[in-house]
Design a protein around this ligand. Structure first.
Ligand code: HEC
Ligand code: HEC
Ligand code: HEC
Ligand code: HEC
Ligand code: HEC
Length: 304
């Protein structure tokens, strides 16, 4: 209140501007991850549609983003390509730049297996956007003939990305990622006027320090505190909760590490969205494979 009383001597116009700033500040303090996407049906209706043009049912038209990322007019191409995929990483037809990054990994004296390894492929996939080091549109093979650049596998070449011609609006002049100085320069609660109306993406920007996130690159221990994954597909183990012997997107999985089955981002998340109850139902929030309600997802692996 002391600060507010001090404002008593200011001219009305300045007060109005301050009030507007305060109002925008409150309006954008999104703690509940609001979405302008319906999160039903396909990935096209989720936040992982980086064309930002929702495939059905209203939502953003993407035009306000045209300057900040290439609109490839295809949803899958931001992550996958039918040709010229990056065969150096164990991910399906991978089209994204994956930099050689050393992450600060989780550490704790109470872990059963003290060694936490660097993220595996099924985490690097997510971190290729979520660590904020690389633009969301940094891909190896842009749609159309002759739009391939080998060096994009490990580094982002803006001159190459700039050759993309946006047929729906202005071309992107910069290629931004999920970091404080890029997309979050507008999409955060501290963005000010320039970001007015932009959803707060702060919680999506994980960075390269993984010490405050659920450990990844950790081995699933055995013993009374742990459940046993009964399903096997190739080198991947999964909790076959519906007992049909097949690995479903709604089933938590563990990926083969050097030592055995390990947790990675995609153990808990499916970036395409998982229906909460049968086809056509809303996706489980935060691209999770299993609902967090009642700690259901946690108790898939943990016994306590
Ligand atoms: C935001 C990135 C992203 C987008 C966009 C995306 N995918 Fe994927 N996709 C992935 C990742 C990551 C995996 C590997 C999942 C894992 O680690 O198990 C994957 C795996 C797959 C697989 C292998 C089976 C599976 O589910 O594991 C198929 C098939 C697939 N994607 C199809 C598509 C199609 C079709 C589209 C467009 C409609 C698409 N994806 C869009 C990231 C993406
Ligand atoms: C192509 C870049 C890209 C990749 C790859 C990617 N994401 Fe995202 N993700 C984003 C962006 C950008 C957002 C922020 C939202 C937006 O732009 O609307 C986001 C949002 C999210 C959200 C919030 C969704 C919501 O509706 O609240 C979650 C959870 C998420 N991502 C998890 C993952 C996981 C896990 C993976 C890997 C399996 C992954 N992402 C891979 C770009 C990506
Ligand atoms: C210069 C400021 C600015 C930058 C930089 C920016 N945005 Fe936005 N963005 C906005 C504003 C303002 C809106 C709200 C108006 C609208 O929806 O058209 C918005 C809307 C959006 C929307 C649709 C609304 C929603 O539900 O969130 C998405 C998705 C989005 N931005 C993603 C991104 C991504 C991803 C980046 C980085 C590649 C980015 N933006 C960079 C200002 C910005
Ligand atoms: C052990 C399971 C698990 C693993 C592994 C995991 N997550 Fe999550 N993640 C969750 C849960 C559960 C939530 C929902 C949190 C909530 O609703 O409060 C979540 C939420 C998120 C969100 C939304 C923002 C937020 O904080 O709510 C993003 C983005 C995300 N995860 C990305 C990742 C990435 C990237 C990785 C790998 C580096 C990863 N997650 C690994 C379980 C996991
Ligand atoms: C895919 C399986 C899996 C899921 C799902 C999972 N965890 Fe874990 N969790 C692990 C593994 C593996 C470890 C490392 C265990 C070890 O070495 O002691 C771990 C470790 C932990 C630790 C201990 C960290 C420490 O410092 O000792 C906590 C706390 C934890 N998980 C909480 C959760 C919560 C909360 C959820 C639900 C949001 C969850 N876990 C979901 C597999 C999982």
């Amino acid at each position: 209140m002391k600060a507010l009383r001090k404002l008593g001597g200011l001219p009305p116009l300045l007060l109005a501007i301050l009030a507007a700033l305060l109002w925008f500040g409150t309006a954008r303090a999104d703690t509940d991850l609001p979405t302008k996407f319906s999160d039903v049906g396909t990935i096209g209706n989720t936040r992982h549609n980086l064309t930002q043009r929702q495939s059905s049912g209203g939502g953003p038209n993407g035009s306000s983003m045209d300057q900040y990322r290439n609109d490839y007019r295809e949803i899958c191409v931001y992550c996958h390509t039918p040709h010229g995929a990056n065969a150096d990483v164990a991910l399906p037809l991978w089209n994204r730049t994956i930099r050689n990054t050393t992450y600060t990994v989780y550490s704790s004296t109470t872990l059963t297996n003290a060694t936490v390894t660097q993220p595996g492929a099924n985490s690097l996939a997510c971190l290729s956007c979520h660590d904020g080091q690389t633009a969301v549109d940094s891909i190896i093979n842009m749609p159309g003939a002759g739009r391939y650049l080998e060096s994009q596998k490990t580094s982002q070449n803006n001159a190459f990305l700039n050759t993309w011609n946006n047929t729906r609006g202005p071309d992107a002049t910069v290629h931004l990622g999920l970091s404080g100085t890029e997309c979050l320069a507008c999409h955060s609660s501290t963005a000010g006027f320039i970001g007015a109306g932009a959803t707060d993406f702060s919680v999506f920007a994980i960075g390269t320090n993984l010490t405050n996130d659920h450990p990844i690159g950790v081995l699933l221990p055995t013993g009374e505190d742990w459940k046993v994954p009964t399903g096997t597909k190739g080198t991947t183990r999964f909790f076959d909760t519906n007992g049909d012997g097949r690995m479903a997107s709604s089933e938590v999985r563990l990926y083969a590490g050097d030592r055995g089955p390990e947790v990675e981002c995609a153990s808990c998340h499916d970036p395409h969205g998982v229906p909460s109850g049968g086809a056509g139902s809303p996706f489980i929030k935060s691209f999770l494979r299993v609902t967090p309600t009642g700690s259901t997802i946690c108790l898939t692996c943990h016994s306590k």
